[in-house]
Design a protein around this ligand. Structure first.
Ligand SMILES: Nc1nc2c(ncn2[C@@H]2O[C@H](COP(=O)(O)OP(=O)(O)OP(=O)(O)O)[C@@H](O)[C@H]2O)c(=O)[nH]1
Ligand SMILES: [Mg+2]
Length: 185
């Protein structure tokens, strides 16, 4: 079986591998790197090391048993000092995971005020999933307010996730891959 990357057409003799790019954004410390690590390697660490610039991870997925996808995840640093470079990494994305920290209400306010508009400035309209992360901790924001944020940013779905115990981590990446695939197909 030959695997051909970049697939916009299907071919019955060869198995296409669709290559998709997804960004993960949100305030510093909300758990973006932790979610990606959990998804890619299954590990979680308690210590916080702020990301520098951006990191890219690749994982192969099989969606609906017949479609292979190579998902390129761009984990973009949330700290203020990276603000000028950030938009460079948004380019060409097929989907976005926007992350808030349930233990810090203001991280959701920042999604509405900064992250969603910032992304829309530099990306074509792409599917968005809102992740309310750290569901293993006490929440500082009501379920209803998370939903309001989801509606304001036009999120297709909202997942409560925990990079610590793994809740909804795989599901989140699989769903954004499915939405992104519809764009490249
Ligand atoms: N309890 C709990 N802690 C988490 C969870 N996800 C991340 N953390 C912790 O939160 C801190 C920040 O996590 P990171 O993944 O580094 O955050 P980030 O969003 O990548 O931050 P930047 O790289 O600065 O933008 C770390 O101490 C993690 O261990 C979670 O689901 N539950
Ligand atoms: Mg990080």
């Amino acid at each position: 079986m030959i695997e051909i990357y970049i697939g916009s057409k299907t071919n019955s003799l060869i198995k296409m591998v669709y290559r998709i790019k997804v960004i993960i954004i949100g305030e510093a410390g909300v758990g973006k790197t932790s979610l990606v690590k959990k998804f890619v390697s299954g590990h979680f660490t308690e210590d916080y090391r702020a990301s520098i610039g951006t990191n890219m991870f690749i994982k192969k997925l099989e969606l609906n048993s017949d479609k292979k996808v190579s998902i390129q995840i761009w984990d973009i640093a949330g700290q203020e000092k990276w603000i000028k470079m950030r938009h460079l990494y948004y380019r060409g994305t097929h989907g976005a995971l926007i992350v808030g920290d349930l233990a810090r209400r203001n991280t959701f306010e920042q999604i509405v005020q900064f992250w969603s508009p910032d992304m829309k400035k530099y990306c074509a309209e792409v599917p968005i999933i809102l992740l309310a992360n750290k569901s293993d901790l006490n929440s500082d924001i009501s379920e209803n307010d998370v939903e309001i944020v989801g509606k304001r940013i036009n999120a297709r779905l909202i997942f409560h996730t925990s990079a610590k115990n793994g809740e909804n981590v795989e599901k989140s990446f699989e769903m954004i891959a499915k939405y992104a695939l519809k764009i490249v197909e």
